[in-house]
Design a protein around this ligand. Structure first.
Ligand SMILES: [Mn+2]
Length: 422
């Protein structure tokens, strides 16, 4: 008979050990903790996509030097690892350089690098690059949610929209066209700004592909609903023009986190006239996150078919997000913002934008990281709730954009020596 360890004297608090040790009764029941549940839940998440990515990396990046023991490591970095290496897309998702391929993915990230709508600090034209850069540090797995985005949804990065820096109206036309293309493909658009002026062309891009109605949950310190600012449509005006669209009712616009000393009176007048819904930061604090989300969802979804999220990073207290165009103290704590965005996303959304990250004013990439986090938490909440793709049945007026006249078979591959490329 072999020697058995004296289990009565083990110090482990792990639930699996409790059956061996009657003395454990005075310790907390760990099975009630999310930490314990998540540990168990991980076992049920598949890893087929990760295995596929590793095999793909060896095909693309060649097998490693003989001295390297882990034979899944390639010579050239391809895919997720190492996090500090590579040509960054958002979350190292595949780059759909050919944008006719975005329909193969549940969601598409597309950058709108434009800061011509800015009325104070510029720099958000670098927002998409800033988010992509710091997004590389994330894995697609979230312990607390018990989900792995790579295994449970598909994501691509279509790169940036060609914006026109000195012409906001031409830029709006380009953004609406790009968003319409992605939305029509069935892939959910995730637009990374860019200043908040892009909110109007993004919503317009979705709205023109459907006869259904769209509600908007808008997280911000600022109301952004006046008609013009400095004589033009600027980043202070997206919701005036969005709620002029026939299928975007103003009564389904819910603005959460508004307050402070930067809400222009012109905007308040419009909000009052159009009967939009404003939940101030103090309202949120008094009601709490759950009740706030519940109320926002009720108003945004009232009589509509889809809801869009517009998240201005400056809705979070400026102490956490210094790299933004109009910093305002007294905003959300990060945990509140992430929880609110997640709760709204868990009911299903038709698209989202993350705006106002300005890398030139950022410190240690912290603002860009917060923006990245909002996006991945939204995706995580949708996957957890089984809502990814819920918008697809509402795409009843898809658009089709003509391609340019370029045939790789006839014209060869770009930037190659003709002899080799032929
Ligand atoms: Mn704002």
């Amino acid at each position: 008979m072999s020697w058995m360890p004296p289990t009565r004297h083990r110090r482990s608090h792990h639930p699996a050990d409790q059956r061996h040790d009657e003395r454990r009764f005075h310790h907390p029941d760990l099975t009630k903790l999310g930490g314990w549940k998540s540990m168990q839940a991980e076992a049920d998440i598949p890893d087929a996509e990760w295995e596929k990515e590793k095999a793909w990396a060896l095909r693309m990046g060649l097998t490693a030097a003989d001295s390297i023991e882990d034979r899944s490591i390639p010579t050239f970095a391809r895919g997720e690892l190492p996090h500090y290496a590579g040509i960054n897309t958002f979350l190292k998702a595949p780059y759909t350089e050919d944008v006719t391929e975005v329909g193969n993915y549940d969601a598409t990230v597309l950058g709108a690098p434009f800061d011509g709508g800015t009325t104070y600090r510029p720099g958000t034209r670098f927002g998409p690059q800033g988010l992509r850069k710091i997004s590389a540090l994330y894995t697609p797995y979230n312990y607390e949610l018990g989900i792995d985005l790579r295994e449970q949804m598909s994501l691509c990065d279509a790169g940036d929209i060609f914006t026109i820096p000195a012409n906001i109206e031409k830029t709006f036309d380009q953004i609406s066209r790009a968003v319409s293309h992605v939305f029509s493909s069935g892939s959910m658009p995730i637009i990374i700004g860019g200043d908040h002026s892009i909110g109007f062309p993004c919503v317009r891009g979705i709205a023109r592909c459907t006869s259904k109605k769209i509600g908007i949950v808008h997280f911000d310190r600022h109301a952004d609903i006046q008609e013009k600012d400095l004589d033009e449509r600027m980043h202070t005006t997206p919701w005036f023009h969005s709620t002029n669209l026939p299928n975007v009712p103003a009564k389904n616009l819910v603005q959460v986190g508004i307050g402070g000393w930067q809400v222009p009176r012109e905007a308040v007048k419009v909000a009052r006239e159009r009967e939009t819904n404003i939940i101030t930061m103090a309202d949120m604090e008094r009601m709490g996150v759950d009740k706030t989300a519940e109320m926002a969802l009720e108003m945004a979804w009232d009589g509509v078919d889809m809801v869009y999220i517009s998240f201005d990073i400056d809705s979070i207290d400026c102490g956490f997000v210094p790299g933004t165009g109009w910093p305002e103290p007294g905003g959300f704590l990060p945990r509140e913002a992430l929880a609110l965005a997640s709760k709204v996303a868990a009911e299903g959304i038709c698209g989202m934008e993350l705006v106002e990250v300005s890398p030139p004013y950022d410190t240690s990439d912290i603002t860009a990281l917060m923006g990245t986090r909002v996006i991945v938490d939204v995706l995580g909440a949708m996957v957890s709730a089984g809502k990814m793709g819920a918008h697809k049945p509402h795409i009843d007026k898809p658009v089709s954009l003509p391609m340019g006249d370029y045939d790789p078979a006839r014209d060869g591959r770009r930037w190659t020596t003709p002899a080799k490329g032929a």
